[in-house]
Design a protein around this ligand. Structure first.
Ligand code: SF4
Length: 345
């Protein structure tokens, strides 16, 4: 049975990258990739993080896993209801040992596997690096167990990644992320590099693994139609900030932020005879080096008014766990979509 206390809690996370130039590395600007993001994820649930390329969602995942250095904010990992660990305070061996709790599945199953290692070596690598097994036979048993869980043929473990299809490679990447028996996995666009026919296979595998092992996912995607099927909660991110968070069904049926509405309108209709209702967004996402004033979305928002350009909208709550940052949230009547029936309930 899932225990629904929070597992990961992120508060006011900022990850900025300084731009330096010249002989004396003079600071000439700052890329605000993540600029004050807060959310929490309950144990055994999937938290979808959605936004266009350049919105900062991958940097959120990498900051939590300490793969990039955050600028400020906190991240707590709750081992139990009462025992939390401040992830950003860990260093050295403490951090290395703690990493077994949190792993990542990468976007590109072609680039993320070392072509010179066999599948057995790839899956075993985290165990060897952390020295969490005491014998060769224990190592082999664990590799075979996770390979089977990920529906890989164990007779092929001595082969190299090039011998496998994209879907099989992604299953090898998932097996590698599971071998340390983590509780939390950052899935960084795990299906976006795969054929549509393979995407459902990988999503189903992730769903089954979550049920069997009570895993908690941060599921990053640029496409709401992918997170719809796996997420309990969804956060929409734009230019380094979250703009709306809600339970999945609520977000789909009743979006409150114009950017969410635009993303929803881009989901292809299940019925080809349905009228295309894609809402055009003006221009490209601006640079996080020089974000617009006030509401970051105002240069592209069809509903913008004067205040939007000057004042950053506050977070406001419009229902159970449904929060939004928009000056006009109560007056706009935005279009949602009926959530399809086979996703998570
Ligand atoms: Fe659009 Fe203004 Fe709302 Fe921003 S605050 S999303 S610009 S209406």
């Amino acid at each position: 049975m899932n225990q629904k206390y929070k597992l990961v809690e992120v508060q006011d996370l900022k990850t900025h990258f300084p731009i330096r130039e010249g002989l004396f590395s003079r600071l000439v600007g700052t890329v605000r990739a993540v600029d004050g993001v807060s959310f929490s994820i309950r144990r055994g649930e999937t938290f979808g993080l959605v936004g266009e390329s350049g919105s900062g969602k991958t940097t959120v995942g990498r900051s939590i896993l300490r793969a990039v250095r955050h600028t400020s904010g906190s991240c707590h990992f709750w081992l139990s209801e009462n025992q939390g660990i401040d992830v950003f305070s860990l260093e050295g061996d403490e951090l290395r040992y703690f990493r077994r709790h949190m792993q990542m599945i990468f976007q590109d199953p072609y680039a993320s596997l070392n072509p010179r290692m066999t599948v057995r070596e790839i899956i075993a690598e985290p165990l060897v690096a952390t020295r969490l097994v005491s014998s060769r036979s224990e190592l082999e048993d664990r590799v075979v167990e996770v390979a089977r869980r990920c529906r890989l043929n164990v007779d092929y473990l001595k082969r190299y990644p090039h011998a496998f299809s994209g879907g099989e490679r992604q299953r090898i990447g998932i097996a590698r992320s599971l071998v340390l028996n983590p509780e939390f996995i950052v899935c960084d666009e795990p299906v976006s590099a795969l054929d549509v026919s393979i995407q459902a296979e990988i999503l189903n595998l992730l769903y089954d693994l979550q049920s069997e092992l009570n895993l908690t996912y941060l599921f990053i995607a640029h496409d709401l139609s992918v997170v719809e099927h796996v997420s309990d909660q969804i956060a929409v991110m734009y230019l380094g900030r979250l703009v709306e968070t809600a339970p999945t069904t609520d977000l789909f049926n009743n979006p409150l932020h114009p950017y969410t509405e635009a993303l929803l309108s881009a989901i292809p209709a299940a019925d080809p005879d349905d009228e295309l209702r894609m809402l055009p967004l003006k221009g490209e996402i601006p640079s996080p080096l020089n974000p617009p004033s006030g509401c970051h979305f105002h240069p592209r928002c069809p509903y913008a008014i004067d205040i939007c350009e000057q004042v950053i909208p506050e977070w406001r709550e419009f229902g159970p766990e449904h929060r939004v940052t928009c000056h006009r949230a109560e007056s706009l009547e935005l279009m949602g979509v009926e959530k399809s029936s086979w996703g998570k309930k």
